[in-house]
Write a protein that binds this ligand. Structure first.
Ligand code: G3H
Ligand code: 13P
Ligand code: ZN
Length: 333
């Protein structure tokens, strides 16, 4: 048993409290490898932001949970080396799907876990989430639960349509489970194709405009559980310049579309205090790597394409922290 506090990590409690009071949100960036971790930490240090490093089941399969945990421990030391005396870094399990998986992460030093029982019937979701909370809280590990189902792909689960979170259920869910934060469904979805063209309108230039998020549902939820930490998954904005760069250098992304940044900015000023971003990072890395491959076809040193990918990623993350989530300069000390 390793406690996250011995690794220099923090849980989400204090940072969420400050984020809600200060009307900003904390970024949760997924990582699977060293370059992504370095980009996240460099961006967090340079902007003086608290940050959440999150590990999905896919990441565990790809990179190995033990290695990822040691990388997160290394991330704390790395942040200090980069000049941040008191980094606030959370190591979070993204979309945990069983008690055993959550327990295994808690036991090896994760400071926060998500138990995603949103695909189960309501009472099963409550029972599973409560079991994880009871275990996690013994070690001061924070737990995120989920109510409502996002459209799109989450690991191996595919949902064609959104099932929006029902505001009438949130008080019951939060009080019976004891969760520390709640992921909700208000129209975001995972991946780089969040909406079909049929769900969108087009502006005068033929650019797809996605349907707005259901801020009315968010407001109702906030009325039910005032000040309670809310999480938005599926919050990549799918920057069109990155999509264009990927396609320019031989990629084939069709109808890729995300959540407009101004809507994320608006969400960040509410009780939404954690915003999950993975796909945008994937796009940034892919765009940079494709450019090197096309412009320098003789290059075969991975550092020569993963290096630019890391730089592009860091620039993207810095923009998110500064201009979208508003967490720059929000470290506790
Ligand atoms: O919620 C899904 C995340 O984007 C993680 O995706 O399981 O492919 O790593 P992944
Ligand atoms: P995106 O696919 O929009 O980046 O969402 C990531 C996510 O929600 C991870 O849990
Ligand atoms: Zn997610």
């Amino acid at each position: 048993m390793v406690n996250y506090k011995d690794l220099g990590l923090v849980n989400t409690k204090d940072m969420f409290k400050r984020a809600i009071a200060g009307k900003y949100a904390i970024a949760a960036f997924n990582f699977n490898n060293m370059e992504q971790m370095q980009a996240i930490i460099q961006a967090a240090v340079e902007t003086k932001s608290p940050v959440i490093l999150q590990v999905s089941s896919g990441a565990r399969k790809y990179a190995n949970q033990t290695l990822l945990r040691y990388m997160a421990q290394g991330a704390v030391e790395y942040a200090k080396e980069l000049g941040c005396a008191n980094p606030e870094i959370v190591l979070h399990l993204d979309h945990g799907d069983s008690f055993e998986l959550c327990k295994s992460c808690i036991d090896m030093g994760f400071s926060s876990v998500m138990i995603d029982g949103s695909h189960f019937p309501y009472e099963e979701n409550i029972a599973l989430t409560k079991k994880v909370v009871e275990y996690a809280h013994q070690f001061d590990v924070t737990v995120e639960g989920e109510l409502g189902v996002l459209a799109g792909v989450e690991d191996d689960v595919v949902a064609e349509h959104h099932t929006y979170t029902q505001p009438s259920e949130v008080v019951d869910f939060v009080s019976r489970t004891g969760v520390d934060s709640l992921a909700i469904s208000i129209g975001t979805s995972h991946g780089a194709n969040k909406f079909t063209p049929a769900q969108c309108t087009r502006d005068a230039n033929g650019i797809l405009i996605p349907p707005p998020l259901r801020f009315d549902i968010l407001e109702e939820i906030e009325k039910e559980i005032p000040g309670f930490p809310i999480v938005l998954h599926g919050s990549s904005s799918v920057p069109q310049d990155l999509v264009a760069q990927i396609n320019h250098y031989g990629g084939k992304l069709v109808d890729s579309i995300g959540i407009p940044e101004e809507q994320l900015r608006k969400a960040a000023t509410s009780a939404v205090c954690k915003i999950n971003i993975d796909s945008d990072g994937r796009l940034a890395m892919t765009a940079a790597v494709r450019k090197v491959f096309v412009e320098q076809p003789g290059e075969f040193d991975p550092r020569k394409y993963l290096g630019p990918a890391r730089d592009t990623l860091k620039a993207l993350y810095k923009l998110k922290l500064e201009n979208v989530l508003g967490s720059a300069g929000k470290l506790a000390k």
